[in-house]
Ligand binder design. Structure first.
Ligand code: NAD
Length: 442
């Protein structure tokens, strides 16, 4: 099939590369000239496991192309995917200006029948707005499909190629068949393609993200209560998650969720509710608990250093989660800002988020290229992202390079008993802390 994907970010680029890899002719479009230049040379500007290889192979085989020329891309494609960003507007709604602008241009450029499909996360009802916008610009026939994307950053290629499900929102049976064929290479073991109307497809994406975020906030709230009563949330998590009706995913307590999806999608869901006279009580509480979680964890560190302005903390982890370079709404960036406001100095390290953080924080933080180097002269280590390489550090080296053996673990990566034996003061989330070096786990 001939396809164009407009927006070559985390979603658009993965979609384009995976669809090219399954034999389609794909043109990825972006209005960022520099990005298109890099991608045309096989250089992938984002950190996503397996993506560079996929882009390079498909460029070489001539199935994947990159351009800023939307007109040419629309001309050559039957299906035009829209995968541009939908960030939060100041009132919490999803800012649809990029989606609308792209839809308008597609409508202007399409020479004959096209299928226009949104991969971007757009609030329920956007399908109607887009359809009437396109119909107001062109008399040429088109079909509109809501095809929300569920991939996770850090495992995006794998998720796209082995999806839990594909949601296709269209009322036209002929378009269903085209999408069934398009996604059939990824459905070889089970058919996991769900067809529905576009409104339900749009709603499904928000409901899924809100449900996942709810599980995290719920467990974080339980963790806070565990701290108050002296229970261990890691044992509780295992006990709860082993109920097959509940399952173990998205129950990890920590410093709270971030990223480019959950926070903004919750805001948009609450806003959509408000537009319909509904208070989205659960979604609002999930946001509130999450903000409190960021605050509470950073406050633990700030309180520990009260009266010691100028103390230095080493931070491990800047991205909102492991295996990505994405720092959008990262709890780590939030915590670092608070540390600096409280007069603490920060030395930070991350395996993939250094460049983005330098841009975000304008070089206010000392960022180093090695985790152990971050510890030199620091009064404590604060772990904020669950990167694999942080899970089993050389504790002797950590002891030697830190000024004092103190660890604040915002991801519960370590065992308090091991920390106690190694002589650390150890503070984590919802579990007994080791408050005295070599002392009891309390
Ligand atoms: P992104 O910011 O990484 O990428 C968006 C791209 O669109 C950028 O490269 C930007 O330059 C380009 N762009 C913006 N306006 C354009 C225009 N007018 N013409 C051409 N290109 C334009 O965003 P993303 O993370 O890929 O997210 C895209 C959408 O997918 C959002 O709605 C998001 O909510 C949704 N989504 C994201 C994820 C995720 O994990 N990132 C997962 C599922 C769904």
């Amino acid at each position: 099939m001939k396809i164009c994907v407009v927006g070559s970010g985390y979603v658009g680029l993965v979609t384009g590369a995976c669809l090219a890899d399954s034999g389609n002719q794909v043109i990825c479009v972006d209005n960022d000239k520099d990005k298109i230049r890099q991608l045309s040379n096989g250089s992938v500007p984002i950190h996503e496991p397996g993506l560079t290889e996929l882009v390079q192979q498909n460029l070489k085989r001539g199935r994947l192309h990159f351009t800023c020329d939307l007109k040419e891309a629309v001309n050559r494609s039957l299906i035009c995917f829209i995968a541009v960003g939908t960030p939060s507007a100041p009132d919490g709604s999803a800012d649809l200006s990029a989606v609308m602008a792209v839809a308008e241009q597609i409508a202007k450029y399409m020479p004959d029948y096209r299928i226009i499909a949104t991969k971007s996360t757009v609030p329920v009802g956007t399908c109607r707005r887009l359809q009437s916008l396109i119909a107001s610009i062109t008399h040429i026939q088109f079909d509109y499909v809501s095809n929300p994307e569920f991939l996770k950053e850090g495992a995006a290629v794998e998720d796209f190629q082995s999806p839990d499900r594909i949601i296709v929102g269209t009322d036209n049976p002929a378009v269903r068949e085209i999408f069934r064929q398009l996604y059939s290479p990824f459905m070889r073991r089970n058919n996991r393609i769900l067809f529905m109307d576009p409104l339900s497809a749009e709603m499904t994406k928000y409901a899924a993200n809100a449900m996942l975020a709810t599980r995290i906030s719920f467990m974080n709230e339980i963790a806070t209560l565990c701290e108050a009563v002296g229970a261990d949330v890691e044992l509780v998590r295992q006990g709860v998650g082993s109920d097959h009706r509940i399952g173990g995913s998205f129950l990890f307590p920590g410093v709270g969720f971030g990223g480019s999806c959950f926070p903004k999608d919750l805001r948009a869901l609450v806003h959509t509710g408000r537009q319909h006279g509904l208070d989205m009580l659960i979604a609002s509480a999930v946001q509130q608990v999450n903000q409190m979680q960021h605050h509470r964890f950073s406050q633990k560190v700030i309180d520990y250093f009260a009266g010691r302005a100028g103390a230095t903390v080493a931070v491990w982890g800047l991205t909102f989660k492991a295996k990505t370079d994405d720092i959008r709404e990262s709890p780590a960036i939030y915590c670092i800002r608070r540390f600096m406001q409280a007069g603490l100095l920060v030395r930070a390290y991350d395996p993939a988020g250094i460049d983005a953080t330098r841009m975000e924080l304008d070089d206010q933080v000392c960022i180093v290229s090695d985790g152990y180097e971050a510890l030199d002269g620091a009064d404590a280590l604060v772990v904020l992202t669950d990167w694999q390489e942080f899970r089993n550090p050389d504790l002797e080296m950590v002891s030697k390079r830190l000024k004092k053996r103190v660890i604040f673990d915002g991801r519960n990566l370590y065992d308090p008993l091991i920390m106690r034996k190694a002589g650390f003061e150890y503070y984590c989330v919802g579990r007994p802390a080791v408050t005295q070096p070599g002392g009891q786990v309390k």
